[in-house]
Structures are given as C-alpha cells and as structure tokens.
Write a protein that binds this ligand. Structure first.
Ligand code: HEC
Length: 145
C-alpha cells in the first residue's frame, strides 16, 4: 500500500501586519505572514483575518495596512451602490477566486485568494468554494443601504 504523504501547506501573504520602524526611518512596509486557518463556515471570521488589514474591519477601505499600499484598498461597502443597487456577487466571487477581473486592472496589491484558500483547505475544492461563497455573502452584508 502506498503511503500517503501530506505536504503541509506553506503559504505566503495573508494576515498582514505592519512593521513600522523608528522615527527617523518611518517607511511602512506590509509584512506577509502565513495564512491563519479559519472556519470556512464563517464569512465574518475570514473577513476579520484575511481582509480587514487592508479593507478595514467594516470594509470601508481603511485598514491598518493601507498606509503601506500604493493602490488604496477598495471601499467594499459601496459595491452595490456602484452597480446600480445590485450587489455584484459573481464579480466579487470571481475576484476572490482569482479569475482575472482585478488583475486585468493591474493591481498586484490585492492578493489572489483562490490558491491561498486551497492551501488552508488542504486542497478540498468544495471547502474552497464554501469559503468564497461565505466571504462573498459576508461582504454583501457590509453594503450601505
Ligand atoms: C494586502 C491588502 C489587501 C487584502 C489583505 C485584501 N485586499 Fe481586497 N483589494 C486590495 C486593493 C489594493 C484593492 C484595489 C485593487 C484595484 O483597484 O486594482 C482591492 C480590491 C478588492 C475588491 C474589488 C473592489 C471593486 O471595487 O471592484 C474586492 C471585492 C476585494 N478587494 C475583496 C477583498 C476580500 C473579500 C478580501 C479578504 C479575503 C480582500 N479583498 C483582502 C487590497 C487588499
């Protein structure tokens, strides 16, 4: 019988922490740290761990890592407003999956989540889909009325 080997997922970029050096050299950098496992059932938990550092706890685009980014993180509370009052769920999901949309606009600062989620979910495609769905639904709850 073949011995199954599991390669521990080593992932970069996710939770972002700020490393701010002393006063003389006050250049801010975004430090990429390994992905923290979260429950795929909780969009809220995933958002807090994976998105809030840039997009802010309420999705308004004012997270602590913002100062270190060249492209300001999008205000995620106005996605419906900017789309004629309809929440663009398909577009959000495809951005998260990494289907292109956003990278076509040339941003390298918005992480591509698909591969990262695949890693935290140890390759279980169903769970990756669940993560993307729950995050997409959670972002919908942040929309301004
Ligand atoms: C390292 C910072 C960073 C993190 C972490 C991050 N984003 Fe972003 N995000 C950005 C930036 C910067 C943009 C704007 C990119 C652009 O306009 O080209 C963006 C854009 C987006 C957009 C497109 C908005 C629009 O107006 O089209 C969505 C949706 C989005 N992010 C969702 C998320 C979600 C959900 C998470 C967590 C899973 C997340 N982001 C984590 C930086 C980040």
């Amino acid at each position: 019988m073949r011995v199954q080997t599991m390669i521990a997922p080593i992932v970069m970029a996710l939770a972002i922490s700020m490393a701010v050096s002393g006063q003389e050299n006050s250049e801010k950098t975004v430090k990429h740290v390994p992905v923290k496992p979260t429950s795929p059932a909780s969009g809220k938990e995933m958002f807090a761990n994976y998105c809030a550092s840039c997009h802010g706890a309420e999705g308004k685009g004012n997270g602590p890592a913002t100062a270190a980014l060249k492209t300001p993180p999008a205000n995620l509370t106005v996605l419906s407003q900017k789309n004629g009052g309809n929440y663009p769920a398909m577009r959000v999901a495809s951005i998260l999956r990494g289907d292109g949309d956003l990278s076509a606009h040339g941003s390298k600062e918005m992480p591509v989540w698909g591969p990262l989620f695949r890693s935290v979910s140890a390759g279980h495609e169903g769970q990756v889909q669940q993560r993307i769905n729950n995050l997409t639904n959670y972002v919908e709850t942040l929309q301004v009325k």
